[in-house]
Design a protein around this ligand. Structure first.
Ligand code: NAD
Length: 249
């Protein structure tokens, strides 16, 4: 009997909840073998089980993207389970609100550690093999708050703006060597992260959206699916905005 052809290998960080979960489910439908990473093994396992139950291929692996040794272990686990990584989705993220004058150094540092350092470490871990194979796609989940800023969210907005800048700069370096790098900057999406923000913030945000509604995680996953596909071959260093019209670029 012939072996089944190997599926392309994808890593989605922070995939135990919300947008990351929807991206992992969508990529499995798109025929990737998905390494479902999260801080919580229980959440990652539950999403991997959901994918496998639906006939897809997935492996759960817990790890903190802001820690170098854990990142190495996450990426090694992906290669062992699904082969050389063809697609990395840097999605892991946290939310925290404070007026700038009340912002603690520890909260600022954690925000940048998870979003910016985590993005750097994960990308650094998978890029050499992508360049060697001249084949890879990296998609960074930013936020529309990195483009327009958010009240009580200077640290979050700053970290997400950094991700957009890193996306553009890396795209300039590696696109001619077979690796496409893009970002997705969602507006408010119905996930536990947004439900953790204050009710006042959510009500004010909803009122300013031309579309009049928050997005669903699956609508962000659709943008990721497109950017990962060969249909998006001309998209380089860009930031797609599934944001209910909050930012029109
Ligand atoms: P969520 O809280 O539902 O899920 C985030 C997941 O990331 C959690 O399961 C959490 O355990 C995991 N995580 C946190 N820190 C981690 C770390 N250090 N290492 C590995 N995993 C970690 O949040 P979400 O709304 O699905 O957000 C996903 C991404 O989308 C984040 O980067 C967030 O900033 C971004 N985003 C969200 C919205 C929104 O409205 N929900 C809008 C724009 C951007």
């Amino acid at each position: 009997m012939m072996d089944k052809p190997a599926l392309p290998s994808a890593i989605v960080t922070g995939a135990g909840s919300g947008i990351g979960r929807a991206i992992a489910l969508r990529l499995a439908k798109d025929s990737y073998g998905v390494l479902v990473n999260d801080l919580s093994l229980e959440r990652a396992q539950s999403v991997a089980d959901e994918i496998v139950a639906a006939g897809g291929t997935a492996t759960a692996y817990a790890g903190d993207v802001s820690k170098e040794a854990e990142v190495a272990a996450i990426c090694a686990a992906a290669v062992v389970a699904h082969g050389p990584v063809a697609l990395l989705v840097n999605n892991a993220g946290i939310a925290h609100q404070a007026l700038f004058e009340h912002l603690e150094v520890a909260d600022f540092d954690r925000m940048f550690a998870v979003h910016v350092r985590g993005n750097f470490l994960m990308t650094r871990a998978v890029l050499p093999s992508m360049l060697e194979r001249e084949n890879g796609v990296i998609i960074n989940i930013a936020s529309q708050l990195g483009q327009i800023g958010g009240v009580e969210l200077v640290h979050y907005s700053g970290a997400k703006a950094a991700i957009i800048g890193m996306t553009k700069a890396l795209a300039r370096e590696v696109s001619s060597r077979g690796v496409r790098v893009n970002a997705v900057a969602p507006g408010p999406i119905n996930t536990p992260l947004v439900m953790g923000l204050s009710e006042d913030w959510r009500a004010a945000k909803k009122a300013q959206l031309p579309l009049g509604r928050f997005g669903e995680p699956e609508e962000v996953a659709a943008a990721v699916s497109f950017l990962a596909s060969t249909d998006a071959g001309l998209f380089v260093g860009q930031t797609l905005g599934p944001n209910s019209g909050d930012v029109m670029l």
